[in-house]
Structure formats: C-alpha cells, structure tokens
Design a protein around this ligand. Structure first.
Ligand code: ADP
Length: 170
C-alpha cells in the first residue's frame, strides 16, 4: 500500500482525519501553540486521558521522541497522538529525536489502525527548530517509514512553514 503525502496550510484542529499528531510537552498536561489549540477545541476529555497516562504508564512524563495516543474528544478525529519534540540546540545534534517523533507517531497510528494522520511542524514553534531543517527531517522520515497509513497530511500554520515543507516535498 502506498502512502500519499499532502500539505495543507491552516489550523490542524479543523481537519477531519483518523488521527491528529500533537506537538506536546513531556508533562502531557497542555501547553501553548498547537498543544493549546488541540486541548481548547478538543475539550477536557483529552486532558483527562493525559492525566490518566501520567498516573499510570508515564509517571515521569512522556520522553522526548516517544508517542502515545488518547481520545480526540470533540475534535473531528478519532485519536490524538501526542509526541514530544526535542528543543533545538545549536551545540548538539538532536535530529534523531525529531525523526523519532515522526516514526513513533506512525507506529502508534498503525497500532490503532489509523489510515489518515495529520502532523504539525513539530518543534518549530517554542522549541525553536529552524523550519527548513525540520521540514527535511519530517518529510524524509515519514517517506522512509514503512506504515499502513494511507494519507499523511502536514498541516502548516503559516505561509513560511508551508513554503519550507513544499520545498522539501518537491
Ligand atoms: P513546539 O513546542 O514543538 O515547537 P509549537 O506548538 O510551539 O510546538 O509549534 C509547532 C508548530 O505548530 C509551529 O510551526 C506553530 O506555528 C504551529 N502551530 C501552532 N498552532 C497550530 C495549529 N492550530 N495548527 C497547526 N499548527 C500550529
């Protein structure tokens, strides 16, 4: 089965897909940016599910580069797949962690049986990753990952992010 890769500019919380990926932080208890938008529109059920994860499997928080699914609450999706991107560092190459976010999110999507998955530009907001490099890692990683997901959609919030991803997708 081949996977199609598409780009959309806009708000990821407006998409109708099987699973939305959230650029969460390791507390899983909400934050700003795309995380805040997902919790706001998805409602309290998502936070309740995250709290339950903190009380069970992820007492210390979700490690960077890992992914875990919850309900999508009131969003037009079945699941939110939370993953924690690395904070960009000019001194240390953390690319493998950003790649891992994409691979792990697709692995979780496969476990769930999700066929369409939307990703934001993980780590490119508060976590400071340069857009062109994040686009390279994100696009190359999903292309190199074997998955049952049929449709991968990168949802880019603004034109600059959309251009960076479009340049990489070609
Ligand atoms: P991180 O902490 O991983 O950097 P952010 O949420 O700060 O996460 O930013 C990640 C990316 O998500 C940024 O490119 C930001 O512009 C984008 N973003 C913010 N809100 C939304 C949204 N509602 N839909 C899609 N992308 C969003």
């Amino acid at each position: 089965m081949s996977t199609t890769l598409t780009l959309v500019q806009g708000d990821i919380t407006r998409l109708r897909v099987d699973a939305l990926v959230n650029a969460a932080n390791s507390s899983l208890l909400g934050g700003g940016g795309v995380d805040g938008a997902i919790h706001r529109r998805g409602g309290p059920e998502i936070l309740a599910a995250c709290r339950a994860l903190r009380a069970s499997r992820y007492g210390e928080g979700l490690p960077t580069g890992h992914a875990v699914a919850t309900t999508a609450g009131r969003l037009d999706a079945r699941w939110v797949i939370h993953t924690v991107g690395p904070v960009f560092s000019a001194d240390e190459d953390r690319s493998h962690l950003l790649a891992s976010c994409h691979r792990e999110a697709l692995r979780v999507a496969d476990e769930l049986g999700a066929r369409s998955v939307a990703f934001p530009a993980i780590s490119t907001g508060v976590y400071g990753w340069p857009l062109d490099d994040a686009a390279r890692i994100a696009v190359d990683t999903v292309r190199a990952t074997s998955t049952e997901v049929e449709e991968i959609i990168f949802v880019l919030f603004d034109e600059r992010a959309h251009e960076a991803f479009a340049a990489r997708v070609g």
